[in-house]
Design a protein around this ligand. Structure first.
Ligand SMILES: Nc1ncnc2c1ncn2[C@@H]1O[C@H](COP(=O)(O)OP(=O)(O)OP(=O)(O)O)[C@@H](O)[C@H]1O
Length: 258
């Protein structure tokens, strides 16, 4: 199924790439990718190794500037904006690489992130904005299921809990779009289940895009799936569309991860 044939055009689009390409020297890593990511849904980007998933993710997060094409967010052309501007307009990302302060408690990590968000907008002048930070930090810890770990230092938390804490830190900026790069990487089956459940809960209030290797996992929780292959858009649609797509079957056949 291609972008033209999908029903994505009937959704309310939050972010969209129009004919986006990315060149690294002489190598074209992404070719004319046109995709609409619907608001309030979970969209997963999948594809075999080297398909261009990370490159595409980096386009959505602002880490890379497209070599061609446009990125439209909430109706505005944001192509070429600086990475920190992406954060300002409501795009947050949660990485595999930890960005926590390991010796600070879980609560302190989230409070610092909230404080950074509040001061960025000059809201610190309002005393009420600062006064509520601790409570809001606790609320965010509750959202990610870490309320019982608030006073634990980040480095004392289990791997899965650290990933959940990173999500709380990302949510501190109250993003419209949350981008997640392999949120269950290195997790135990139990931690993976908890994280999948959390991601589904997050989608109730915002738009989430994730890049994931685990095909089974994304099939179970995603509203929409984008499949990349050799830098091209191979297929796009609901998990059922993707499961029955002949081209996708061919690409994944024999890989043992479907
Ligand atoms: N900075 C770069 N310079 C040169 N080539 C790059 C760069 N980043 C990515 N590539 C190439 O672009 C292609 C797509 O890479 P990308 O990391 O986006 O794929 P991926 O689908 O995320 O792969 P994986 O599943 O292995 O992480 C690969 O062939 C990679 O070698």
């Amino acid at each position: 199924m291609t972008a033209e044939h999908s029903d994505a055009s009937t959704h309310d689009t939050l972010i969209e790439t129009r004919n986006v390409s990315k060149r690294f020297g002489g190598f074209l890593a992404l070719k004319d990718i046109s995709v609409r990511i619907p608001r309030g849904k979970l969209t997963s980007i999948i594809g075999p190794n080297g398909a261009g998933k990370s490159t595409y993710f980096n386009m959505l997060s602002g880490a890379h500037t497209p070599s061609g094409g446009q990125v439209i967010f909430d109706g505005q052309d944001i192509t070429g904006l600086k990475p920190h501007d992406f954060a300002h307009i409501g795009i947050a990302k949660s990485f595999q690489i930890t960005n926590l302060f390991p010796r600070f408690t879980a609560l302190e990590n989230v409070r610092i992130a909230l404080q950074a968000h509040v001061s960025r907008y000059g809201l610190w002048r309002k005393r009420s904005a600062l006064a509520g930070l601790e409570e809001r930090a606790m609320d965010l810890l509750r959202t990610v299921g870490l309320q019982d770990r608030a006073r634990h230092r980040a480095h004392e938390l289990a791997h899965g809990q650290q990933r959940s804490l990173e999500i709380a830190v990302a949510l501190a900026a109250d993003p419209k779009l949350l981008l997640m790069d392999e949120p269950t990487a290195g997790m135990s089956p139990e931690e993976t289940r908890t994280m999948m459940h959390l991601i589904r809960e997050l989608v109730e209030a915002r738009t989430v895009v994730l890049v994931e290797h685990k095909m089974k996992m994304v099939m179970g929780i995603s509203d929409r799936i984008v499949v990349l292959h050799h830098g091209e858009l191979l297929a796009e649609g609901t998990p059922d569309d993707i499961r029955s797509d002949e081209q996708v079957k061919r690409v994944y056949l024999g890989q043992g991860n479907h």
